[in-house]
Design a protein around this ligand. Sequence first.
Ligand SMILES: Nc1ncnc2c1ncn2[C@@H]1O[C@H](COP(=O)(O)OP(=O)(O)O)[C@@H](O)[C@H]1O
Ligand SMILES: [Mg+2]
Length: 234
Amino acid sequence: MIRVLALALSLAMPRPSVSSSAALASMPEGGAAAICGLPRSGKSRIAKAAADQLRRVVVFDPYGDRDRLESAHGHELYPWTGDLWSIRELALHPGALLPDPLRLVVTPRALDEHTLGQDFASLAELCWHAGNLDLVAEEASLYSRQAASAVLRLTSGGGHARVRLILITQSIGMLSIMAARHLTHVVALNQSDASDFKILAARCGKAFTRKVQAWTPGDRPNIWRLGAEREKPC
Ligand SMILES: Nc1ncnc2c1ncn2[C@@H]1O[C@H](COP(=O)(O)OP(=O)(O)O)[C@@H](O)[C@H]1O
Ligand SMILES: [Mg+2]
């Protein structure tokens, strides 16, 4: 019975459409994306499908080790795959960011927002120096404001180091205003807060925002690319 319910629920989930993961995987150098949607709307699944198309990927995942543990105990989770590193270990061995292909999952020292912000900023700095990779920030709403300057460096200047950034967030309004302003791509599932729609309208235009407001479970994600909108952001 539980299996049948789980199957029915997973059928109602938006499949990671070819276009959303392909749009993320084909961002130009220096591209910066946000995938936004409420819990279990399918954000991480889309990011994983995009990462599967990329050669050098680093994932900052606050829940990276916890998810693997739960998955090993049979819970229905789909943890990021790749070599698991703590940020502490990685800071001591930054050469671990040089191989090609590369797939690392990096975990923080602790889960409070202050430490998460510091650890993400440290990882962003290491990635900047390694260059030529995609950095995926899982659960970015927890720390992107605390790491605002690191996020801004990658969203506004990632092209200098051939680093692209994918921010996964429950709410686009939880990103810093500056980070949101520099996004080149937005993949939106469901957003519910008026402040999210305001930021979406400012970055992606009113027509896109209306599509996000109309989104219902099972719909494909809405994708916005800088320069591709017919309507100018307001
Ligand atoms: N590879 C997969 N195969 C089947 N179901 C999956 C897979 N990855 C995630 N799911 C399911 O899809 C739903 C959305 O998962 P996820 O993308 O992790 O959500 P979010 O990151 O938005 O919280 C969950 O119900 C999850 O169990
Ligand atoms: Mg997720």
